[in-house]
Design a protein around this ligand. Structure first.
Ligand code: UD1
Ligand code: UDP
Length: 361
């Protein structure tokens, strides 16, 4: 049994770590790193800290426009698939690396497995929405993290081989939480527990709109709390190009740093007073860490965090972030929205079962 995994961005590496650990107990895994993320603090540190096996193939794709980046990945992944002839291809989430892996596999009639299937924002302007819808529709086995994801798939006529297993990011969180506390301390960052807001911003809808990016950083500068912000390279570039970095330089309360490692991030999340983000993964991690979350987007795929009252969508153009944060009282973090921490084990077992009965694929 041979599965070939395609990944290449920061959030995918976090997801690959627990699944790969389980998969390799039962089968051979070939790891293909597209290199969509390539800075040490966006990729290399995740391989090291999460003990992700060395990739069998480093495609070194890097940054480019959507078409060029996805097209070059598609071409190179196809070459690897022809060479390796895996029994199945495994892709994660909703990035361009996901779509390229999905297209390459499906055109060669290699069974495709999608982890984090069924997520929807119903906003087709998001590149991620295109990637996830297309990937789900060419997948043969779909691992849904939530009930809602299963329902979304059902509405689109996808019901066969859909497994509700929970979220592999919860597995990663549980596995690494205490390691994070042991390895790092808040003092390293000059922070005190529950006395700062942790923020991350990188979504195209925020970084590519001057008005939204301006409104977000302007609102950060008016907060009384320290805003600790590990800055995605995309956002840094946009702030610098637009002259908005001045807002950060002038505001005493905004502390921007380079992207931090996963274990550092877990520590920062667990001790934050609240989290302000547009990240998918960070919204969930706020819930795992039982920290109130403010999501600077018009919609979220992780609707259940909002429905249970632990996550609040905020429009930075129309709402006063300081007021929203002050007035928000999160309710209850106890619902097991993302499974039992064994999603990766379930995924590996189901894949092993499928591959040993390949007529099911
Ligand atoms: C990608 C995903 C997004 C995911 C995010 C996680 C797509 C369409 N988007 O967005 O869904 O939430 O990753 O972080 O796949 N850059 C660097 N160094 C790096 C990586 C990127 O400097 O190591 C800069 C480059 O200027 C690049 C820009 O960031 O042009 C955007 O990178 P890209 O991978 O295209 O998209 P992300 O915004 O990271
Ligand atoms: N993350 C990290 N360091 C950072 C910012 C994020 O380790 O400086 C982790 C975060 O804890 C989560 C994942 O990266 O596990 C989320 O990735 P990102 O926000 O880039 O992408 P998204 O989840 O929005 O696709």
């Amino acid at each position: 049994m041979k599965v070939l995994t395609v990944a290449g961005t920061r959030p995918q590496l976090v997801k690959v770590a627990p699944v790969s650990r389980e998969l390799r107990k039962q089968m051979k895994e070939i790891l293909v790193n597209t290199g969509q993320h390539y800075d040490y603090n966006m990729a290399g540190v995740f391989f090291e800290e999460l003990h992700i096996p060395k990739p069998d193939y480093d495609l070194g794709i890097g940054s480019a426009s959507h078409g060029k980046q996805t097209g070059e990945m598609l071409k190179k992944i196809e070459e690897v698939l022809v060479e390796e002839k895996p029994d199945a291809v495994l892709v994660y989430g909703d990035t361009n690396s996901t779509l390229a892996g999905a297209l390459a596999a499906s055109k060669l009639h290699i069974p495709l497995i999608h982890v984090e299937a069924g997520l929807r924002s119903y906003n087709k302007k998001m590149p991620e929405e295109i990637n996830r819808v297309l990937t789900d529709h060419v997948s043969n086995v779909l691992f849904a993290p939530t009930e809602r994801a299963v329902e979304n798939l059902r509405k689109e006529g996808i019901g066969e081989n859909v497994f509700h297993v929970g979220d592999v990011m919860y597995d990663a969180f549980l596995y690494n939480s205490s390691l994070a506390e042991k390895k790092y301390s808040l003092e390293m960052f000059g922070l005190e527990s529950k006395k700062y807001l942790l923020a991350t911003i990188h979504r195209a809808e925020n970084t590519d709109s001057w008005e939204r990016l301006h409104a977000i950083f302007q609102s950060f500068s008016t907060l009384n709390d320290t805003v600790f912000l590990p800055l995605h390279p995309r956002t840094r570039r946009k702030l610098e190009e637009n002259g908005l970095i001045e807002i950060v330089h002038k505001a005493d309360n905004i502390k921007i740093v380079e992207p931090v490692s996963y274990l550092e991030m877990l520590l920062l999340e667990k001790h934050a007073k609240a989290i302000v983000t547009d990240s998918g993964g960070v919204q969930k991690e706020a819930y795992f860490a039982k920290v109130p979350c403010f999501t600077l987007r018009a919609e979220t795929e992780w609707v259940e965090t909002v429905e249970v009252g632990c996550n609040r969508l905020v429009n930075p153009l129309e709402e006063d972030l300081a007021k929203v944060i002050q007035q928000f009282e999160p309710t209850d973090f106890s619902a097991p929205l993302y499974g039992d921490g064994k999603a990766s084990e379930k995924i590996a077992n189901i894949i092993a079962d499928f591959l040993s009965n390949s007529s099911r694929l």
